[in-house]
Design a binder for this molecule. Structure first.
Ligand SMILES: *Cc1c(COP(=O)(O)O)cnc(C)c1O
Length: 392
């Protein structure tokens, strides 16, 4: 059996052809594929605007900038996430506070957030960055209500959940990043994520003003839009109107994103099928707990809006299982070491013990192989080895 990673990209002849064609075109950086990818992606998630950027972390940084995060901003996020979700606040000099997770799903615990906000003056917290962890969508309708009461914005970190949805109180499917409940949402196109462009990311929004800011900050704060210029000296003229960055994504990577996106539904169906097989295999396996799906993303007809970036189990001897699987060429992974326990965040005053549910989850969690090209025999082998170790 060849090595089985926890996640991997799926590159087809169509993908390769699309990149080669771009290489042969006139545009290596900013060509027609950028806008085409943005349009296709906005349609896919149901948002009005999409801004393609160099990676998901840049997307988060642009969001924090567009919302005006600064040295007096306090922002809440979850400790069970990739550190970029919190780091974007730090890039803008804001303060990060964490809220513990709901152990059933490892998503940010909205009740905990409610308690943090109780008794605080409106505006005490500027915003919140919920994460659709593992592809499990957060109930943003519920979070929106809370955010509105406290004058907070929401950045949905949907890096794990393109194509995922939750069902709102009206019974409507609300796709991650559709901008209905959050000001901004971000996605990542890192190879382990659903859509791979190598490095790449996207911001989606329904807010025209934020959209304009994202465009400006993505490219040095420079604009050439005649409607926005303060002066105009001629065809060459441009103005740097704010301090921005070079967070652009090249045309050839957007070409790859377009062909990848065209297969996203197929990949999602396969991920959900793989999850179903794991679910069945572990349903009555003693000592193996499967991380739960947010009830908000289950439909009346039994469908799931879980996007399954990860398939997470929890076992008592996690290190033992991790090492055992490695010996058998199965490269499971741990998501995540709680952000507040990282030396950097500890240097800012956070400490171990602050979020016991997140820390307890971390002790036991393991992400099993989950990607569309995982073969049935490979999955059966993974299941067999997990059960063998756990004597389930
Ligand atoms: C991958 C990821 C990011 C950052 O994406 P990059 O493209 O790697 O910069 C942000 N948040 C979460 C939750 C992620 O998993």
């Amino acid at each position: 059996m060849k090595p089985i990673p926890y996640g991997r990209q799926h590159i087809t002849e169509d993908d390769i052809q699309a990149v080669v064609e771009t290489l042969q075109s006139d545009f290596l950086t900013q060509g027609p594929k950028v806008a085409e990818f943005e349009q296709a992606f906005a349609n896919y998630v149901g948002a009005k605007y999409a801004v393609a950027v160099s990676n998901g972390t840049a997307a988060l940084h642009l969001c924090a900038m567009a919302l005006g995060v600064n040295g007096s901003s306090r922002v809440i996020t979850t400790p069970i996430t990739f550190v970029a979700s919190a780091n974007c606040v730090r890039y803008c000099d804001g303060t990060v506070e964490f809220a513990d997770i709901d152990p059933a799903t490892a998503l940010i615990d909205i009740e905990k957030v409610r308690r943090m906000l109780e008794g605080k003056p409106k505006g005490y917290y500027s915003g919140i960055i919920p994460v659709d962890f593992a592809g499990n969508p957060v109930n943003l309708e519920e979070l929106r209500e809370l955010a509105d009461e406290h004058g907070m914005w929401i950045i949905e970190d949907a890096a794990h959940s393109p194509g995922g949805y939750f069902v709102d109180s009206q019974g409507e499917r609300q796709f991650c990043g559709n901008g209905r409940f959050a000001e901004l949402a971000i996605f990542s196109f890192h190879p382990v994520k659903h859509i791979a462009t190598s490095e790449g990311g996207m911001v989606t929004t329904n807010d025209e003003e934020l959209y304009q800011k994202l465009l400006l900050y993505r490219t040095h704060g420079i604009t050439r839009d005649p409607n926005l210029l303060e002066e105009n000296h001629g065809g060459w003229y441009m103005e740097m109107q704010a301090l921005g960055y070079n967070y652009r994504i090249p045309d050839m990577l957007c070409a790859l994103g377009i062909t990848q996106l065209a297969r996203a539904d197929e990949g999602m169906a396969r991920r959900r099928e793989i999850a179903r097989v794991y679910d069945e295999a572990f349903a009555d396996a003693a000592g193996i707990a499967v991380l739960g799906t947010n009830p908000a993303s289950l439909t009346d007809t039994g469908e799931t809006g879980h996007a399954y970036h990860l398939y997470v189990i929890q076992v008592a001897d996690r290190k033992g299982l991790y090492d055992f699987l490695r010996e058998h060429q199965i490269f499971a992974q741990v998501h995540y070491i709680p952000a507040h326990t990282m030396p950097y965040y500890r240097s800012l005053g956070h400490k171990k013990g602050d979020f016991p549910k997140a820390e307890h989850y971390y002790e036991a969690c393991l992400s099993l192989p989950m990607y569309p090209t995982l073969a049935d025999v490979e999955q059966q082998y993974v299941i067999e080895k997990v059960k063998e170790f756990c004597k389930a």
